[in-house]
Design a protein around this ligand. Structure first.
Ligand code: G6P
Length: 368
């Protein structure tokens, strides 16, 4: 069917702003709003007795899976093995039929992801697919299909599919936690209550930070290299921030686990390379701030993406501080996706690149 840009300059911008609405569709499928519990649609794979879960995907979908790993391990005490599909398919990983595997793909057609799925199927694993296109090959070949309900995503750089993948993975992890007895009913209700707040908070944040993101992008568009740092679930977000920026603005960007700063990237720090630190006020905050200190001590310019408590707690000088509302840890990855998407988007717009169709990239990679 026809999809148009509405009042937006690019599909990417439209898709960023659609997130509150599509996330609420996605949640509607996995969450019972009346009881604040996870719906049976999230527990199609029986997570109860499996020893571990394998996750495989490419690009942004892989980074959603990396956030999912933290959630499955924390809330369901389920060990997760995750790899990019192009490695996973050839690693000759020992697998056993009592394991389950999850494949995450917006299009449901990515060649490497499909090959990984077939490898797991041959080994007798139970297969789940987190997809946007329900009629896709990956969906068809899976035992359980978890639609992300993001609607058509046209911009090559994934935005709403990423946050919908996250919402679905969070729901699956909570459902797995209940099935495995690692979360109580009360804990499930508490986590689900936070999930249901995502659409409202996203809509608020999109309005709140828009002007600042546009202004900051002007400075970012003059840079040659940008470093993103994060810890915990903010680490995959740092990788996603760097991926988004390089994909559409062609500025060289790298994402690192904040604790790895000392093991390499610190050598690059000078006043020309902005360091974007993603740090909600969570149990990693102080650690990340000490990494930030190391950047500041070397004259690095910091763009600090944090929340109100984080902004109040850090006294370090920054080039800019983006202050989001305080949110629960489980929804922070979805909320903190917004500034990194907007920063990449507006930087690309300033640079005059083809935002929706960046050079050399394809929306769906069906060849190896
Ligand atoms: C391409 C797209 C990315 C996407 C990746 C995986 O590289 O440009 O945006 O994340 O493929 O695609 P999939 O459809 O499997 O999620």
């Amino acid at each position: 069917f026809m999809v148009d840009k509405g009042n937006h300059r690019h599909f990417m911008e439209k898709e960023i702003h659609e997130q509150p609405e599509v996330i609420s569709h996605a949640l509607g499928h996995y969450v019972n709003f009346a009881t604040n519990s996870i719906s049976p649609s999230a527990t199609e794979i029986d997570f109860k007795d499996i020893p571990s879960l394998a996750i495989s995907a490419c690009g942004t979908a892989y980074l959603a899976g990396l956030v999912g790993k933290y959630w499955f391990e924390r809330y369901a005490r389920l060990p997760v093995e995750i790899d990019v599909a192009s490695e996973f398919r050839y690693r000759e990983m020992p697998l056993s039929p009592n394991q389950a595997a999850l494949f995450i793909s917006q299009s449901g057609e990515t060649a490497d992801t499909l090959a990984s799925l077939r490898y797991c199927k041959e080994n007798g694993l139970k297969i789940g697919a987190v997809v946007n296109v329900r009629e896709s090959t990956i969906a068809r070949e899976s035992d359980a299909v978890y639609p992300i309900l993001a609607g058509p995503e046209i911009g090559v750089a994934s935005t709403k599919a990423f946050t919908c993948q996250l919402a679905v993975l969070a729901s699956l992890a909570i459902g797995a936690g209940r099935a495995r007895g690692t979360l109580s009913v009360a804990q499930e209700q508490e986590l689900v209550r936070h999930l249901t707040e995502i659409p409202r908070i996203m809509a608020h944040v999109l309005n709140l930070i828009q002007p600042q993101m546009e202004q900051l992008s002007r400075d970012l568009s003059k840079c040659k290299d940008v470093l993103y740092l994060g810890r915990g679930t903010s680490y995959p977000l740092a990788l996603e921030g760097a991926l988004k920026l390089k994909e559409i603005s062609y500025i060289h960007a790298e994402g690192y686990a904040a604790g790895e700063l000392k093991h390499g990237p610190i050598a690059l720090i000078d006043e020309n390379m902005p360091v974007i630190v993603i740090a909600p006020y969570d149990r990693f905050f102080e650690k990340t701030v000490s990494n930030m200190q190391e950047v500041a001590a070397r004259g690095g310019r910091i763009i600090f993406i944090t929340d109100e408590r984080g902004a109040a707690a850090s006294k370090l000088p920054t080039m800019a501080t983006i202050t989001l509302p305080d949110v629960n840890e489980i929804i922070a990855p979805m909320i903190f996706s917004l500034p990194i998407q907007l920063l990449a988007y507006h930087t690309a717009v300033f640079m005059g690149t083809d935002v929706d169709q960046p050079r050399n990239l394809a929306k769906s990679v069906t060849v190896e």
